[in-house]
Design a protein around this ligand. Structure first.
Ligand SMILES: C[S@@+](CC[C@H](N)C(=O)[O-])C[C@H]1O[C@@H](n2cnc3c(N)ncnc32)[C@H](O)[C@@H]1O
Length: 230
């Protein structure tokens, strides 16, 4: 199946111009739910500059970000590209709208959709020994679920790999991510999403939508005595 970047770009272009062929019966649902195109472009470019081959994504919905990740994998064109996507509500809530778009872009040959909550899918991936270069997190926005996503992703993404988080402007998401930044050596990649500031965040810092983090290499486990509040 053709999964070249131009075919993916065409599907992405149509999605941004016309929206998905089907949406939930909610005013502006696609615009509210999907990651905006320019952020998706930056995500794609980051993954291309990483030379990513294996990516885990939490939260499919209308596949805005998934198509951008697929475009990156098709552009990098490493020997064994894999895109693991986790979303328990894709069938039930989204009538497979996102998955159908991935199929129309020819990306189903490299993508796997897991229809279970990330809190059960991620430990399973870890137990199977799956190792990713990068991850994109835009699933449940509840504090405890984001925290658990990041807990497992730091074990699945290789040391020195990349984790990108969407919706850091929500206090629930921001607070979860802050633990990893303050305690586990995750470093923000400056200007990964330039011109992003949208106001003041929970602790007086500039609030941004997407944040990209570099994991430490080698990975380490801190002593509980070194705990830093966040
Ligand atoms: C904001 S949307 C993702 C939008 C997507 N990134 C895009 O650009 O179109 C959040 C998604 O997370 C999914 N979700 C909610 N709870 C989840 C969970 N526990 N595990 C994985 N995905 C979850 C929802 O079904 C929804 O599709």
């Amino acid at each position: 199946m053709d999964r070249g970047p131009s075919r993916v770009r065409a599907v992405r272009h149509r999605l941004s111009q016309q929206g998905p062929p089907w949406t939930r019966d909610r005013e502006g649902d696609f615009e509210t739910v999907a990651v905006p195109e320019q952020h998706c472009d930056r995500l794609r470019d980051l993954l291309i500059s990483e030379g990513a081959e294996k990516v885990v994504e939490v939260g499919l919905a209308y596949a805005g970000s998934a198509l951008a990740i697929g475009e990156a994998l098709a552009t990098v064109s490493r020997p064994h590209p894999r895109h693991i996507i986790i979303d328990p509500f894709q069938e039930r809530e989204y009538a497979n709208a996102g998955w159908d778009l991935l199929c129309s872009a020819g990306l189903d040959s490299i993508a796997t959709l897991l229809l279970t909550p990330s809190s059960t899918a991620l430990p399973q991936l870890l137990a199977e020994g799956f190792v990713a270069d990068s991850a994109f997190v835009d699933g449940s926005h509840r504090f405890h679920e984001v925290f658990v996503d990041l807990y497992f992703l730091r074990k699945i993404v290789r040391p020195g790999g990349l984790i990108v988080v969407d919706d850091d402007w929500w206090p629930s998401v921001h607070t979860a991510v802050q633990y990893y930044e303050r305690n586990l050596g995750w470093t923000v990649i400056p200007d990964a999403f330039p011109g992003e500031g949208i106001g003041v965040g929970p602790h007086g810092t500039p609030a941004v939508r997407c944040k990209a983090y570099r994991l430490p290499a080698p990975s380490f486990e801190p002593s509980f005595e070194d705990f830093r509040t966040f």
